[in-house]
Design a binder for this molecule. Sequence first.
Ligand code: T1G
Ligand code: NAD
Length: 655
Amino acid sequence: MPAETPVISITRDGSIAIVTIDNPPVNALGLSLRQALWQTAETLDADPGVAAVVLVCAGRTFIAGADVGEFGAPPVPPHLPDVVARIEAARAPWFAAIHGSALGGGFEVAMGCRFRVAVASASVGLPEVTLGIVPGASGTVRTPRLAGVPAAVQLVTTGRPVKAAEALSLGLIDAIIQGELREGAIAFVRAALTKPLPPAISARPVAAQTTTFWAEQEAAIARRVKGETAPLRALAAIRKATEAPFAEAMAHERETFLELRASDQAAALRHVFFAERAAPRPAHLKSAAPLPLRNAAVIGGGTMGAGIVAALRDAGLPVTLIERDDAALDRGLTNVRAIFDGGVKRGKLTEAQAADRMAGVTTTCDYAALADVDLVIEAVFEEIGVKRAVFAELGRVCRPDTVLATNTSYLDPRCIAEGVAMPGRFIGLHFFSPAHVMKLLEIVPIPETAPETLATGFALGRALGKIPVQAGICEGFIGNRILKRYRAAAESLVRQGIAIEAVDAAMRGYGFAMGPFEAQDLGGLDIAHLQREAARAAGQAVPETLGDILVRAGRKGQKTGGGWYDYPPGERRPQPSATTGTLLSGAIRAGAALTPEAIAKRLVDEMAAEGAALLAEGIARNAADIDLVEIHGYGFPRWRGGPMFATRRKGAAKP
Ligand code: T1G
Ligand code: NAD
């Protein structure tokens, strides 16, 4: 058994000791690393020749935090706050040299050091609230002493990391190192040792804030988090740090951390954390090599096509946009430009970046331009004839190894692929609108899809920063099939006499941004209605729905001034509708009554039951994938873990 590589090695540069952590993949602070850090502090304290210590990491990043994999078990000493305190109390001052991301416990260890330096590409942060917890090793107590209370509130209660330049301006780090980090850090140390050292962070003062400040922060966070516990508890811990001595504030933080660590929300967020990291690299594709993705083409510059072009450009891929005629092409290019202009308006893009995005888009109506593209994504009308004609043309002009993908929502990809030469290169890539924003990408192979084509779909998902989930072929794949059941279950409650607005309020209370009926009014009831009508025309027995009744009465949602709700001119907030009540009166029985919790449980159970059916049919590969689809495609509250996780913890739903 080869000796394990030590997680820590120590080298010397004169009187400076360089402590290098090497604990792949992200130098997480598991038990062995905590023990090694403690022992290293003891060893170096005992060496009078050591004047200072540089803490640096091997691999892709500085310490990325505590080992999330340990959270399911009781914490084992040495506990991280004690390791941080031990570093801070070291005889010779420690200096953190940061690359990659110093996150959570990683940044807390860096705050145990007397100084923090970083390369320009590094970031630092305290993302604990995204895991349903608060920092557990002084993040809420040292950060306000290091960077001030407002900066600490922003960093801790949002969980959003900051890049090195912003970290420097906030005082979270002391310098940005140009050139090689280790050497630059050593030079920084030598200069720092010529001057009096600053006090250890735990010994620094922290400014008290007004009651108004805390009330304003609390209200702002409560508005933003909609039911998540950790952000408000993090704010309370920071407040404690401004009102109590260091040790008392540390005890309060630790107590809060341990309580939340065992909570349902933390378990749910850990489930999502690991599911999101597993999704882009599914185990069953380990041996399949993806094909090269150097450029791409999109057919159709409408709602989806324009978003897909933007997503490809955001990932740096040159894109050829094809439309049916010049006028449509102009409209398509206008759609794409509008997306980037929106990015500039929201401060997400500079003018130069937007111009560069647009410069990478080539437009034409001539398919011959696709003779050398690696990937084509079709996003034309949802009509089988139109799609088949497009793929026939693509089969004629593209290379035999060009991956051909359809973005269809409801058509059977096998029917679209009929007659396509080399069907092994065909695949479904179901983006969600807006395609440049929504992270979910359903990847739908047909029976002939080659493993390398499937692997290329996942590689595209990774390149676009999406959450790719493989789906089998059925109507609606995974997400739209669950959506159909969710909507049917919501309509069933209305038929039983539960008020439309009560259903929506219950789902908003559960954590959705909006309920099923207000969401339909926003997207339009006619889309699903047309799908049902097409199925009926094809001879399928599709029962009349309440939505059909409304659409037949011209009530398609916000776009017609009324759907499930009324929308008086200029009013976007849903108003309960007497017209809807009259139209549906024949379909609604006497008023049943359910609590908001019971309504939410009923509907989430239905989603989970459909998920169980999708698993049983092999359409979904695992329950975590279904949770990711619902969270990243349909707004399921992340801190609930998804329908499969939520019901599993409270008694699984029956398929
Ligand atoms: N613990 C355990 N494993 C982790 C991990 C962590 N903190 N972070 C990442 N991994 C694994 C991940 O599962 C994957 O494993 C591999 O590393 C690469 O991850 C006390 C209590 C650091 C920005 O929340 O944000 O500290 O699939 O694909 O894209 O107050 O990972 O290869 O087997 O994401 O280069 C706080 C979470 C913890 C950081 C790198 N820290 N990680 O991104 O790689 S709580 C976090 C990330 C805490 C203290 C509290 C990212 C990254 P596998 P990856 P990446
Ligand atoms: P859209 O009507 O907005 O755009 C379709 C575009 O295709 C139009 O610009 C049209 O000019 C173009 N087009 C039609 N025939 C063409 C041809 N022969 N060659 C080139 N271009 C052609 O439609 P959309 O909403 O963008 O939907 C496109 C596809 O994406 C459909 O299959 C739809 O099911 C799927 N989809 C839609 C959504 C959504 O929310 N809208 C979500 C996921 C997937």
